[in-house]
Design a protein around this ligand. Sequence first.
Ligand code: GLC
Length: 643
Amino acid sequence: MSSKAKQPISSACMSNAIECKGALPTDGRGDAGLETRAFQKRLERHHDELRWLYMELYDNGDMFAELVDQMKRFFDDRPDRLKALDAAREEAGAWYRSQKMLGMQMYIDNFAGTIAGVEARLPYLERCRVNYIHLMPFLDTPTDKSRSDGGYAVKDFRSVRPDLGTMDDLAHLAQVCHERGISLCMDFVMNHTSEEHEWARRARAGEGEYMSRYFFEANQDVIDRYGRDVPQVFPTTAPGHWTYLPELGQCVMTQFYPYQWDLNYKNPRVFNEMMYNFLYLANQGIDIMRLDAVPYIWKQLGTNCRNLPQVHTLVRMMRMIGEVVCPGVVLLGEVVMAPVEVVPYFGTVEKPECHMLYNVTTMATTWHTVATGDVRLLRLQLDAVCGLPKEYTFLNYLRCHDDIGWGLDYPVLRRWGQEEVPHKRYLNDYFQGYAPGSTSRGALYNADPVTGDARFCATTASMCGIEAAGFEGDAEAMKVAVRKDLMLHAYMLTQSGLPIIYSGDEVGQINDYSYRDDPEKADDSRYIHRGAFPWGLVEEIDREGTVQNRIFLGLLELERIRCDDPIFSAEATVFTKDYSDVSILWIVRERAGKTLHAVFNFSDREKTIWMPERSEYTDLLSGERTELASFELPAWGFAWFEL
Ligand code: GLC
């Protein structure tokens, strides 16, 4: 930190940043005046800390003044209806924590072709009870799919991929969604741009101003040091951290794919411009910004370039900028890291960073539990999450668009005799269907021949055995597979936090192997679970007894119960119960004198379950009250009993 930045920040300096640009009226008149006062109040609340952090990082008062000016400009541009939504959300508090929230993530083209198509399909999503839609990357990206990383290589942060529609379509969709009580999430890919982004093109042409927005390096020693200190993101599909550009005789940093150039947040111009992009997108009506790959945004030679303190400074600044301009907008951190690295992204209660984080370790540990039939690690993980302040909201999911990385608590597993490399090998074998008892199907991802490491890709349904049972025409196996699929969803819905369904899972969509025939996708096995949405299967939902009918209606019922019963409130106390059988997961929720016993069977055998006391319980699924001392739980079944 520079000594200059350490100086206490006087109110004179604050008014400088605001009033010298003539942005704020001293006395607001009418609604505009009222709104401006709300902005001013919020700015006053955060200004000193924001300026302190900004100066600590950049020591550049002019750029800070520009940032504040632009914040006011974006606030002025923010449509009135969004300002009204901001006010209502500020009043309501953490709106995204409601037990009534149910999310779905989807690719626009896979689901409905275009943004307008998604709008036309809203009735279907409402039928699914979805009130939060995560639209996978839709900003302009190279048309060559092998250079777009599924849209995570952004070419222009202010325009929509032409085949999906326009920015106006997006704003319209957001408006229609808001009228129906649905919120919209998008990816804010802030770590890198596509090599086709204007900044990258100008940098490649040798314009210094634009080169300074990325990391260029000609010194082989430095390049080698990064190679030694920094782990690889895509060790087989995109090894290395640098890409050589012959026209410049230098390398540019590319931690992800070679066509994704890492942005240099040491340059305040990058931070400011990316914040303007953020505010621009928020003003289109986006409610939740998923901060893509956020742990990677600060690089420092000699470190592993992950989760550095400056990353937290940047996220904290983003949080404040959002709270000043668009306080209804939520930051969702994509922090796919070890648990100790994840939680700090919530910040502190006084100085929060992200509103929500992915419950990534729980997700991976869930599948470990499916493969091992041993719930001990999952219990430790769930209890660790439940021990955190209730304000810390996690996004729960079984599957997403990415691979499953086996980021488990290996020190604990080692104590139980399970070593990392052989255990990962077992998990990957199991989910490919090679291990005894496995009915899963799927593909490895980034299998690293050097470390023996590999991740895994498949849809939930394929991992649960629906694909195998369907292929073999085995009705009995299908029964178990559907039960497993529903049990896992019930388990996800039992947890506090925001549950997200991966589009297609509600109708049991299986793996799509066609990516292997497409040269632009063949190298990236994540496309196995990014298939086109099977609208044909939706027609099966209402046909009694079909797989789709059983999964879809089963899920709907679970979602309805979760939405209506106060036991699922985010305020409930949640913990796991020690039960004498390692394949039984028992989650307890307590709220207002009521107790929910949620019991899940992670094994291929039926089990007799003994309740803690003989008593009269309500079976939430049937609605019946029965006196119970014990009950039979089928293989991969679950029960929700409330006392
Ligand atoms: C995130 C995305 C992933 C993408 C990466 C690079 O991890 O989830 O799909 O490849 O960021 O942007």
